[in-house]
Design a protein around this ligand. Structure first.
Ligand code: DGL
Length: 266
């Protein structure tokens, strides 16, 4: 079989990586996606890097067994904890990671202050320290680990007064501190981007890195001669825990009827 016709694997702790899947489907509609949500181990943000690295390796192995030709680590926290390890362990597999868009944020800001929303695990990582060192020398980053936001999004709370109040608590201190640019450094957060944009107002810039990741995937597949000539089959979705809200949220976001295989052990 033409290697290009194999699926692209993606994974996240839960539904977050679907925001990357959405951008990939827009950019590369001929690619078949195999998506894994590690809902049995959610959330990744507060857990030690070693645990996340072990989850990431297990899921990668599973996706490769399913025939995936490339893996998108559609989770900032997992990228920070495991991308280097995954690349070392599977040197022939193309991996595409996700990290907070500190560089685009630093370029976009006019006030010199950028709000960064990410998980505790991402903020603690070496990868984030290196991003700050390389791209944020001349700007101030106002950071918030958004404790509890991933769980709320997984529970399907995407709008309403309670979610708005929750987000205001995070964003208003950043606005008061002068931030005019906001980086969504966790793949779950674009699920509440509309509400975030409402709170920060039309003059602020909100950056979701998913379209850039989809373009990066395209570049990598092109370079390796792995682009699919046509959609070889339907997208497939796996979760390690129970289905929960996954099917409903995924179907809504992607505009497809998503059926999930639950309880997948890797
Ligand atoms: N969606 C993940 C990210 O991009 C993390 C969510 C979690 O804490 O599980 O960082």
């Amino acid at each position: 079989m033409d290697p290009g016709r194999h699926p692209v694997g993606l994974f996240d702790s839960g539904i977050g990586g679907l925001t990357a899947a959405y951008a990939i489907i827009q950019q590369l509609p001929q690619e078949q996606l195999f998506y894994f949500g590690d809902t049995a181990h959610l959330p990744y943000g507060p857990q030690p890097a070693e645990a996340i690295c072990a989850y990431s390796a297990g899921i990668t192995q599973f996706l490769l067994q399913q025939g995936c030709k490339a893996i998108v680590v559609a989770c900032n926290t997992a990228t920070a904890a495991s991308l280097n390890y995954l690349r070392e362990r599977w040197p022939d597999v193309p991996f595409i990671g996700m990290e907070p868009a500190v560089r685009p944020g630093a370029r976009a800001t006019r006030s010199g202050k950028v709000g960064v929303l990410a998980t505790a695990g991402t903020f603690k990582s070496q990868r984030y320290a290196s991003l700050m060192h390389r791209y944020a020398k001349d700007v101030e980053l106002l950071e918030n680990p958004c404790t509890g936001l991933v769980e709320r999004i997984e529970a399907g709370q995407l709008d309403g007064p309670e979610m708005e109040a929750f987000l205001r608590n995070i964003l208003e201190p950043m606005l008061a501190g002068g931030a005019d640019t906001f980086v969504l450094g966790c793949t779950h957060y674009p699920f509440v981007q509309t509400l975030i944009e409402k709170i920060v107002g039309p003059d602020a810039t909100v950056i979701n890195p998913a379209p850039a990741v989809a373009r990066q995937l395209q570049r990598v597949l092109e370079e390796k001669g792995l682009l699919s000539p046509q959609l070889p089959g339907p997208h497939r979705f796996f979760v390690s825990g129970s289905n929960g809200n996954f099917e409903a949220l995924a179907s809504k976001l992607l505009g497809l009827e998503v059926k999930v295989k639950a309880g997948v052990v890797w």
